[in-house]
Design a protein around this ligand. Sequence first.
Ligand code: PXL
Length: 274
Amino acid sequence: MKKRILTLQDYSCLGRCSMTVALPTISASGIETVGIPTALLSNHTAFSSWTFCDLTPEILPIVNKWEKQDRVFDAIYTGYLTTKQIEDVKEVFSICSESKIRFVDPAMADNGKLYPGFEPNHVEAMRSLIALSDICKPNVTEACLLAGASMLSGPQDEETYRNLASIIASFGPEVVIISGAHKEEGKLGCYLFEKKKKQGTLIQFDCLPGAYHGTGDLFASALIAMIVKGKGYAESIKIAHELVAKSIQANLKDGVDGLRYGPEFEGVLSILNQ
Ligand code: PXL
């Protein structure tokens, strides 16, 4: 049976992120992508201004229109959501309850702060969504906010990441993957925590220069695609990282401003279908 992933996140027309990254990335892995755009923006919010059309009223009618067999997915993957959309997404989880994996990327903060437009109550709402997830993939900033811990930046020891991940796992998810974790300068990686094994591993890679918007979405899309393809968590993390690293190398080669226009992934997607 062909595999299918349902993803719910915004569609930002300009600046690679969210849906414009998820659709091609998951499709390139050979998995069908069913995308519900939760909002339409002219561009993502790291630009100086943007338009925003809220598509919340469409979410439940879309899912309710589908035949019963069309509501079963190998994974439901959520990304950037507004605070009030979280309740609707919980309802989608319930309607599509026969789906195998609920994968939540909190997509709400980076570099020590919430993205523009989010209030602190968003963190609480996101915690309630994470409680229903099987796999949660926060970055370090999001992990600190979700765990209610003080904000961290720079290298940390493994124990610190383990504490954050186990607090988040205690809310519900079986697996927590903290991206951007590292214990050495010049490295960047992921902390992988599996509740049933009661332990975690830090997987580190070399850090590339520059600042990029949308790499979290690229990483999350590739990660869930590889997990659905049946690769193990550590291998999925390595492949997703390789995709991000090769995309950044393309930005560097072409001199493209990755902070606004995002990771140049188009030429390297083939690594996902091997
Ligand atoms: O990459 C996360 C993201 C997704 N969608 C929108 C964003 C951001 C981060 O800023 O602004 C609209």
